[in-house]
Design a protein. Sequence first.
Lengths: 407, 625, 157
Amino acid sequence: METTLKTSKKRTGPVLFSNYQQADGIKKAIELSRENILLELKNSGLKGRGGAGFSTATKWMLSAAANAEKKFIVCNADEGEPGTFKDRVLLLEYPELVFDGMVIAGFTIGAKTGIVYLRGEYEYMLPSLEGFLNNMKEENLLGKNILKKEGFDFDIYIRLGSGAYVCGEETALIESLEGYRGEPRNRPPFPVNTGYLGYPTVVNNVETLASIPHIIYKGGEWFKKNGTDKSKGSKLFSVSGDCRKPGVYELQWGTKINELLEIVEAKNCKAVQVGGASGVCLPKSQFNRSLAYEDAATGGSIIIFDESRNMLKILKNFMEFFVEESCGQCTPCRVGNTKLLEGVENIEKGEYTFSYINKLKELGKTMQAASKCGLGQSSPNSFISILDNFKEEIFYSNRKGIKNVKA
Amino acid sequence: MLKRENIRIPVSQQALIVEKPIDTTSIGGTVTIQINEKKVSVPFGTTILDACKENQIHIPTLCHHPDLCIAGVCRICVVEVEGLRTLQTSCSFPVTSPIKIHTSTEKVRKARRHIIDLLLSEHYGECYSCFRNGNCELQSLAKEYGVDGYSFGHILEPKYKVDKSSAAVIRDMNKCILCKRCVRTCIDLQEVGVLEAINRGHETHVGTFLDKPLADVICINCGQCINRCPTAALRANDPSDEIWNAIDDPKKHVVIQTAPSPRAAIGEEFGIEPGHSFTGELNTALRRIGFDKVFDTNFTADLTIMEEGTELLRRLKKAVVEKDSSVKLPQFTSCSPGWIKFIEHFYPEYLDYLSSAKSPQQMFGAVIKTFYAKESKIDPADIITVALMPCAAKKFECNRPEMNASGFKDVDYGLTTREMAKMIREAGIHLPEMPKSNFDEPFGNASGAGLIFGATGGVMEAALRTVYELVTSREVPFENLRIELCRGFEGIKQASIKLENCVESYNFLEGVELKFIVAHGTANAKKVMEMLQRGELSDVHFVEIMACPGGCLGGGGQPIPTSEEIRRKRAQAIYEEEEGLPVRKSHENVHIKYIYENFLTDGPCGELSHKLLHTHYTKRGKYIS
Amino acid sequence: MLVVEKNNLSYEIERMVKEYGSDRQSLLQILQAIQKKYKHISDFAQQEIARLMNIHPVEVYSVISFYSFLSTEPKGRNIVRLCKTIACDMAGKDAVETAVKRELGISFGETTNDQRISLEYTNCLGMCDEGPAMLINEKVYTHLDPEMAVNILNEIK
């Protein structure tokens, strides 16, 4: 069936899915000074929800401190990580959170322009999102002198991607916005100093921005009541794969994988991929681990595999993905991923030695250390974790014994 | 603050601009860092690579090139910076705080070795069958890191067809390691824009518009990409086998002309430091190889000055005296075939501004197959003319269909410095050991004016020496004839000389400020053309443009590697050689006087000159069908 | 291409460059607009864009070749992109794939003779909880089964 804007579904959750009235956060922000917003944010302990987990307050402070004639807020809606779809839900069902978050960010760092980089695959959302932005303009939540606050000007426009996973990397995203190939830049300099068109730019994930209005309106203290010591607040998990209730769930940071599996009614679960194709694959023995920055970190993607799945085929699917989606500029990622894929194919054919496998794992470590951006740095994760955690299945058992050899 | 509005280069390909100190410990503009166990102070914003170089710590590089902006894509130069999770590329990392760097930890060594292994796995071919054997950066790295096998396999079948369509540049993408130096050369350095990265991921390759053959796109054949390619992916179209055949054929009279720039650089191919000319040694070597005559291109450089200078004076007269508004000024030089193809593609509507004089190479070809053939009573059909040039574009130029004024192909082969060195080595000759000898008559002694054509500004300097003297009957008013206004590597130089006390026939130029511009590299040529388009050159009389950075001495046929430092040394060698010559003005060359008295009897720009020494250009445009 | 077509295309591109701006940062938007209207970006269109934006044609080609949703080769009126990433794969993508290929008589990467449909694979569509999923032009269809997918394809013009 065709997917369009859904508003009927009522979700509940401790933070993001808690009650929020559009513009409440903006109104509160105007009352606070820019410094106090930053303090509130710092107090909340909010970290980037895209996966890297950089402190949002620090990012904002750096660009707020930068002295420039223009600054930009970019909403990273290039959600491409396999198994991730929380941004889709936020943009379709809670656009007010995302856009209010951008307005508050603009107010705080002194930016007048916000850009939503919406992945090309989500083009169907464009009419509803633009309609929503128009309403905000009519209500003076965007435009000049927002809510009659003198000099508080902010506008948001939406730019579409064109089918390139790597553009989710913030500097590749900026290159793409500038009309270039989405090839990640050298860092430093960082976007907070030299970003879009060379101006200070804050690039935040959709979910990060959606957390902002809650934090500003309800306070950092309220926000950090949820979560763990090092991972404050809650997280949206995109759950897919072998379970009865796939979908987006808002859970506290620190939730155990076991608990999550119970909530989504997963049976006969053999493995859980935490963090999408670029994340790690955990076996049953590690299901008591917590989902948190300090333990099993994730941008929210949880893919569940039951006993019938062939782990090698899953790995092959991931590696094919990276071979195609690498931007192709740096050696470790461009060539390294093809070597890892070749390795998987050789294992499939039974043409391997363990010293060869170990050499590939070593190569994976180099890719993690020496690749230019997060794509190449994380693409070996599944290779290493699947070969380590499922070696009995892959190397020791007769694979024909697995009942369903389909991935 | 980096402004992006008018810059077309992706930030990832631009030099780093560090805005302000991030760390307060960087007082006085320097930062004290620790490299391995050593504490050193470096200027704020220095890259780790430069900091290491300053302190004699070797870091391998591949995509880095001193002429180009930073890419950070090959990753071979990674180092460990304490406190950072991942390895950092030293070429792109600016030092802004007192960091601790480790350049050779296990992690670093493993990463570098892996990167070399990965590149080798996709690098088609074997070193012993490669023309860059012994001068390949990938090979050197493999040696440096003791590679003795293919850890991740080795490609056995070529993935791409070798593009041999161009008369000048051959592209073999099977040997490409995607350092993108050629891309940065073509787009940023030269602003020609023929090469870019195509596709994504594992399918990425360097390609042309629609992956068309090089001959079908707007390549100007400058060959600068070849000079910066670390492997054998780019090379010049080598005619040396055909030249050997001609030499071995007793019926053929094989004549070679040598340009000044190869002579100032060929020593580098034999392990000599840049900055030494081997003119006399080369003459001996060429005769030993079997060339029947060795001539000096400087002779036709002098001839070019006579023709081009006369043409300029005629244009000035038409403009000043006859008030002829159809006269195109400034007059642009036409010696650089890369520049000619550049203007034909990018500014076809301005071809009338070009001097119609042929380049020295083509003038010589025409003169050899007419005047020389007649004087020495040899059938021009039996003469093979070879031109030793610093240039890749000369190969295209000699194949232009209009270049047959003698009734034959005026210049049969254009040979680069690199290819010449290869022929000399093949003949078992070590050039630096050769005794010196002179050029052959009847073009034996050229002037120094012709010699300095090799450096940017040289044509202008040579032309000024002659034009000024023709107009005023006095030498140019500069000490030792050194017109410093024309020298140096600034991208665009603008200056003027006042013409006073002119002789009677040129009194229409009395008091005129002769304004001229010298530009090198097509990126600068583009700027000059944009000035022309905006009407800012209406009071300029003469413009010298060379397609290659540094002029011919930095040409696409010169020894590899290249850098501004190397080019400066070559220029120095040329200027030093020039000062030692007895004749330093084109019009004082006795052979020039002789040829105008006995062959081109109706003088410079006369009827025969026009037939043999002048040419026309083609409006090519940019559209690729 | 006929001269009239070329002129129309030039005019259209000029209009787009005017609308989006001739700065480099407008390039992707212009390419997307042309792709949408003409289902590909022809050699001529690429060079016109380069001319109007004062960049090199090879840069335009380079950018097009980087992005999966842009193409230099003509495509059918409708582009069908089936997600092949893990969750959709596990949810039964193979069956949908086989049915669609059989029904249209073409493979993925090909276009039907009547130019009605081009079949392509795509990576994750962000519909992992509702797989298998496919995009038809910009619309997304989820919870596909082979019969349903074929019915949807048969309905599009």
